[in-house]
Design a protein around this ligand. Structure first.
Ligand SMILES: Cc1cc2nc3c(=O)[nH]c(=O)nc-3n(C[C@H](O)[C@H](O)[C@H](O)COP(=O)(O)OP(=O)(O)OC[C@H]3O[C@@H](n4cnc5c(N)ncnc54)[C@H](O)[C@@H]3O)c2cc1C
Ligand SMILES: *[C@@H]1O[C@H](CO)[C@@H](O)[C@H](O)[C@H]1NC(C)=O
Length: 499
C-alpha cells in the first residue's frame, strides 16, 4: 500500500519533469507553437483584446515596443492629462475660488515637480495593473517591435536586443496613432511640443500658443493656463471643440474658458512658424481677410490632430492597404483583405477614442471566437475634461440641420439646479435633442460640472432607444446634478418644473 503510493508520486514527479519546457524557448523557435491570436500593440485596443482573448481561452501573445502597456492613453494621453487637469484645477480653485466658500488660505505655492510626480504615480500604477491582468489571464507579453514577415508570422525586434518570431492563426493590428506634425515646425518637445511634451514641461511657460482648438489642445491649454501661463488658442475653424461638439455648447465653452483667461483666435490660419531656440514665432492669417499677424511664445503646442501609426509594420510585405489618410482598410468585422488579419483602434476608421478602441477589442475577439460581435458607432460618448466639462453623445443640432432631419430641443441650465447652486458651480446647461414625432432621443449635449459622468445616463438612454419622456419619468435623486438631466428631458417633451 505504502510502496504503491510512493511509486505513484515518483511517477508524477517524472511526468512533471518530462512535461516541463521553458516557456521562452517556445516563443524563440519560429513556428514552434502557433498562437490562436497575435496582437501587435499593447495600447487600449491591443491590451483589452489580449485580456478578452485570454478569458475566452485563446492562446494569445501581445507585442508592445514601448516597454509599458497601455499605449498612448495610459502613458501619454487620457490618464496623465486627467491627472494634471484634476490637480491644476484644485490649485486654481484654491487660488481663486476659496474665499466665497468661507475658506481663507495663506501662501499658496505650486510645486510643479510634485504635481508631475503624482501624474507619474497614477500612470505607473495603471500600466503595472495591466501587466498583472495579462498574467492573470495567461497572456504572453513580448517587449519588442513587431513586423509582418509573412501573413502568419510576426518578426519581433526585442527591446533588450535580439530577435524572435511568433506565428498566429489570427493577427490583430492595434498600433494606434501619433501627433500630426505642422509643416515647417519640427517637434523638439521643449519649445515645439506635441501633447506628450505638453504633459511634461519642466516649468510653467510665460506664453503658450496652442495650434488647434480641439479637445486635446483645450485640455492642455487649460492645464497651463491654470498654472499661470498666458495661453492663446489659434483655430482654423470658426468653432472650438471639433465638428462633433454642438455649436451652441461650443460657444458657451469658449465663453467660459475665455473668462478663465484663455485667448482665442478663431478662423485663423497658422501660415508658418520658426523655432529660434529662445522662442517660437508664428505667422498667422485671418481667414476673413484680416491683417496677417505675428505671434510669439516660449512654447507652442501643435494639437492639429492625430494620424494612424503603422510605420515599420511591414504591411507592404503582405500587400495590405492604407486609405488616403493612412488608416488600415477593414470591413465591418475588422478584417483586412487577408481575413485572418484584423485591425482596431486609432490606426483604422472611427473616432480616436480609448473607449471606442476598447469596444472594438471585445467585438474583434468575439468575431474570432464566436463569429459575431457588435459595436454601436452611433452611441459613442465624447468628453472634454476642461472645467466645466463638456460631454455629448449622439447627433448635434448642426448635423441634424444640415441633413434636414426634423428635431426638437429641450435645455435646462445648471443655474436652476439646486445641487449646482449649493456647490456654487452653476455654469453650463444640458441640451437634449429628440425626434419631434416619436420623442426618441437623438442626442444629448452637456456643458457643466460632472458632464463627463452625467453623459453615461444619456448614453444608456440612447442605446436603449429611450424617449425623452422615458427619461423625464425616471425618478432622479434630489439634490443631484443629474436632476438637470431629467429636467432637460422634461423640457423636451413638455416643460421643465424648475425653470
Ligand atoms: C493627450 C491625449 C489625451 C487623450 N485623452 C483621451 C481621453 O480622455 N479619452 C479618450 O477616450 N481618449 C483620449 N485620447 C485618445 C486615446 O489615447 C486613444 O484613442 C487610444 O490610446 C487608442 O488606443 P490604441 O490602442 O488604438 O492606440 P495606442 O494607445 O496608440 O497604442 C498603440 C500601441 O502600439 C504600440 N506599437 C506601435 N507599433 C508597434 C509595433 N510595430 N510593434 C509593437 N508595438 C507597436 C505603440 O507603442 C503603442 O503603445 C487622448 C490622446 C492624447 C494624445
Ligand atoms: C479631482 O479629484 C477629486 C478626488 O477624486 C475629486 O473629488 C474632484 O471632483 C476631481 N476634480 C475634478 C475637477 O474632476
Amino acid at each position: 500500500m505504502e510502496k504503491g503510493l510512493r511509486y505513484r508520486s515518483r511517477l508524477i514527479l517524472l511526468f512533471i519533469i518530462l512535461s516541463y519546457r521553458p516557456p521562452l524557448l517556445i516563443a524563440n523557435q519560429p513556428g514552434a507553437e502557433e498562437k490562436d491570436l497575435v496582437i501587435i500593440g499593447g495600447g487600449v485596443a491591443g491590451y483589452v483584446a489580449a485580456i478578452k482573448a485570454g478569458q475566452e481561452g485563446l492562446k494569445v501573445t501581445c507585442i508592445e515596443k514601448r516597454g509599458r502597456l497601455g499605449g498612448t492613453c495610459l502613458n501619454v494621453g487620457c490618464i496623465p492629462s486627467k491627472s494634471l487637469l484634476n490637480n491644476s484645477h484644485l490649485y486654481h480653485q484654491i487660488l481663486h475660488d476659496s474665499k466665497p466658500r468661507g475658506i481663507e488660505v495663506g501662501d499658496v505655492q505650486l510645486n510643479l515637480q510634485a504635481m508631475m510626480k503624482a501624474k507619474d504615480t497614477s500612470v505607473t500604477g495603471l500600466t503595472k495593473g495591466i501587466e498583472y491582468l495579462f498574467k492573470k489571464n495567461g497572456v504572453e507579453y513580448i517587449k519588442g517591435t513587431g513586423s509582418f514577415a509573412s501573413e502568419h508570422e510576426i518578426k519581433v525586434q526585442l527591446n533588450d536586443g535580439g530577435e524572435t518570431s511568433v506565428v498566429g492563426k489570427n493577427i490583430l493590428i492595434a498600433t494606434g496613432s501619433e501627433s500630426t506634425p505642422f509643416p515647417g515646425l519640427e517637434f523638439d518637445e521643449k519649445r515645439v511640443v506635441t501633447s506628450t511634451g505638453a504633459l511634461s514641461l519642466e516649468k510653467v511657460p510665460e506664453k503658450l500658443i496652442v495650434i488647434g482648438g480641439g479637445i486635446i489642445g483645450l485640455e492642455m491649454g487649460s492645464v497651463w493656463s491654470r498654472l499661470g501661463a498666458k495661453v492663446t488658442v489659434v483655430e482654423f475653424l470658426d468653432q472650438i471643440g471639433g465638428p462633433g461638439m454642438d455649436s451652441q455648447i461650443a460657444k458657451e465653452a469658449q465663453k467660459v474658458l475665455k473668462k478663465q483667461g484663455i485667448e482665442f483666435k478663431l478662423g485663423t490660419k497658422v501660415v508658418s512658424g520658426e523655432n529660434t531656440g529662445d522662442n517660437v514665432k508664428l505667422q498667422v492669417d485671418s481667414a476673413k481677410g484680416g491683417k496677417p499677424e505675428s505671434l510669439e511664445a516660449d512654447v507652442v503646442l501643435v494639437a492639429i490632430g492625430r494620424r494612424p501609426y503603422t510605420a515599420g509594420l511591414g504591411l507592404e510585405n503582405i500587400g495590405l492597404e492604407l486609405d488616403e489618410r493612412g488608416r488600415v482598410v477593414i470591413d465591418s468585422e475588422y478584417r483586412t483583405k487577408a481575413s485572418h488579419i484584423r485591425c482596431i483602434g486609432d490606426c483604422t476608421f472611427g473616432p480616436m477614442l480609448a473607449h471606442k478602441a476598447e469596444e472594438e477589442a471585445v467585438a474583434a475577439v468575439e468575431y474570432i471566437k464566436k463569429g459575431y460581435g457588435h459595436v454601436n458607432y452611433g452611441v459613442i460618448p465624447s468628453v472634454m475634461y476642461t472645467y466645466p466639462e463638456v460631454a455629448w453623445v449622439g447627433q448635434n443640432e448642426q448635423e441634424l440641420k444640415s441633413q434636414n432631419i426634423p428635431y426638437k430641443v429641450g435645455t435646462f441650465p445648471f443655474s436652476a439646479n439646486s445641487r449646482a447652486k449649493t456647490n456654487l458651480d452653476t455654469e453650463g446647461f444640458v441640451k437634449m435633442i429628440a425626434d419631434p414625432e416619436t420623442d426618441r432621443l437623438l442626442g444629448c449635449h452637456i456643458i457643466g460640472p460632472n458632464a463627463g459622468e452625467m453623459i453615461a445616463e444619456a448614453t444608456l438612454a440612447l442605446e436603449y432607444g429611450a424617449s425623452t419622456e422615458d427619461i423625464a419619468r425616471t425618478c432622479h435623486a434630489h439634490p443631484t446634478l443629474a436632476e438637470a438631466f431629467k429636467e432637460a428631458a422634461m423640457a423636451t417633451y413638455s416643460k421643465a418644473i424648475h425653470f
